[in-house]
Design a protein around this ligand. Structure first.
Ligand code: 4AD
Ligand code: MG
Length: 432
């Protein structure tokens, strides 16, 4: 039953007779010829049904196939550079598997709400297939990068008793007799314990933020990869982030050429993503904003527009470091040379895509960390285990988090994060 040949492998079967299985993407006819575009998830091929080569019954069945009907088709493979995918199938036999009735997504334009309502079908379209393939390739690049550099995968829990990234975006639930529990906003606190056990670790999985804003950069459920390294300071952290991003982008450029072409992505912009990336302090970022006529006060966090102006100065990602400690998380270490700023870094993607990485050197001093927990009004009892990491052989350590969908969105050149994940979750959307 299972297919023995897939469209992507047809180059090895030129001149042979093969059977392909899939769905009808499109069709047209001209007299004694029917041209069926078959898709099987690995590619597209034009199947040519010539009346003289098949029985009348088969010729009729080709006529009855509607958009997205499933079928099997047998024929001889020939190279045809003018045809989609570079090959054609001269059909000798065909079998309908199931007729599709009034497939709702037609080649005409549809509104975005309609498309997301039909996301379970929309994922079949050429553009979505290209994006999902690139997403999968990025995930593999992320894993390959860390796995080949001595990192160990370390999986943090998703159900957690406390906040990691501030209390304003927590998804809350009742947890049996134990009171409230929350969906994780970041695995960081847990991967820190992993770094103390294994040296260099990373986590990679879904994270959750009850983002009440409706922007193109925010999802309520998104995937984050979080490396954490013992004995790394902020500079080491930035070196790693830079090498990591270059690796991801250059891998996609080399291995997803067809998909990037389908998306009409301007790849000359991505080719520029090579080390070294510019590194500027928050103070320098504020200067840039002022020079561009933006009324920005030192001490505020950078907003979306500010990030666009700053990243607009460069042709590759820019690393902004040493933010005012006030606007950053409790666990970040202060700069010993200026206690007003945290040893934090945000990496802003070019072309207006904004923050894709947030990271920092962590506070490794027990007493300082304790006072931060108190200042932030966090319940100390829930953080005792985290404080233990400072009680038992504390070491300087750093890490960062890369948002997968923001990275996919930037590399694919998307308008909105909703196309960067199979089933987007946003404030006004939790279906299908
Ligand atoms: O900057 P954030 O909040 O950093 C952390 O969570 C740290 N604990 C990471 C660490 O140091 N281990 O989030 C990291 C990244 C952002 O730069 C962004 O790419 C992504 O996660 N992100 C989101 N992506 C989509 N939708 C949202 N609502 C996001 N919030 C953050
Ligand atoms: Mg951030």
């Amino acid at each position: 039953m299972r297919p023995t040949v897939y469209i992507k492998d047809l180059k090895n079967h030129v001149g042979e007779e093969v059977t392909l299985k899939g769905w009808l993407y499109n069709k047209r006819s001209s007299g004694k010829l029917k041209f069926l575009i078959l898709r099987d998830g690995t590619g597209y091929i034009q199947c040519v049904v010539f009346k003289g080569n098949v029985s009348e019954e088969i010729f009729d069945s080709a006529d009855k196939l509607t958009q997205e009907s499933s079928f099997e088709v047998k024929g001889k493979v020939k190279a045809e550079p003018r045809s989609v995918g570079g090959y054609e199938l001269d059909v000798t036999d065909m079998k309908t598997v199931a007729i599709s009735h009034e497939y709702p997504i037609t080649p005409k334009e549809h509104g975005i709400e309609f498309l997301i309502d039909n996301r379970h079908l929309w994922v079949r379209s050429k553009r979505q297939v290209a994006i999902l393939k690139i997403r999968a390739r990025i995930v593999k690049a992320i894993r390959d990068f860390f796995d080949s550099r001595g990192f160990t995968l370390f999986d943090p829990p998703i159900i957690t008793p406390n906040a990691c990234e501030g209390t304003s975006t927590l998804f809350e639930m009742d947890y049996f007799d134990l009171g409230k529990a929350y969906l994780t906003q970041s695995g960081q606190l847990y991967v820190e314990s992993g770094a103390m056990a294994l040296g260099k670790v990373y986590s990679f999985g879904p994270t959750f933020r009850a983002e009440k804003s409706k922007t193109r950069r925010h999802l309520t459920e998104f995937w984050m990869v979080e490396p954490e390294m013992a004995f790394y300071n902020l500079d080491d952290d930035m070196d790693l982030a830079e090498e990591f991003l270059e690796y991801i982008v250059q891998t996609v450029l080399a291995e997803c050429k067809e998909e990037l072409k389908e998306l009409e992505r301007d790849t000359t912009k991505l080719e520029k993503v090579v080390r070294p990336f510019p590194r500027i302090s928050y103070d320098e970022a504020v200067e840039i904003l002022k020079k561009n006529g933006i009324n920005f006060e030192w001490g505020n966090d950078l907003g979306g527009t500010d990030e666009t102006v700053i990243s607009g100065q460069y042709d590759r990602p820019v690393m902004v470091h040493r933010y005012p400690a006030e606007v950053k998380a409790f666990y970040m270490k202060r700069d010993p040379e200026n206690l007003k700023v945290a040893l934090a870094v945000d990496v802003l993607a070019p072309e207006g895509y904004g923050e894709i990485i947030g990271g920092s050197q962590r506070e490794d001093d027990l007493d300082l960390l304790l006072s931060r927990i108190k200042e932030h009004n966090l319940p100390q009892s829930f953080f005792e285990w985290y404080l233990d990491l400072r009680r038992f052989g504390s070491v300087p350590h750093s890490g960062f988090g890369l948002g997968l969908e923001r990275t996919v969105s930037w590399i694919c050149g998307l308008e909105h994060l909703r196309e960067a994940i199979p089933f987007p979750r946003m404030i006004y959307r939790n279906t299908p």
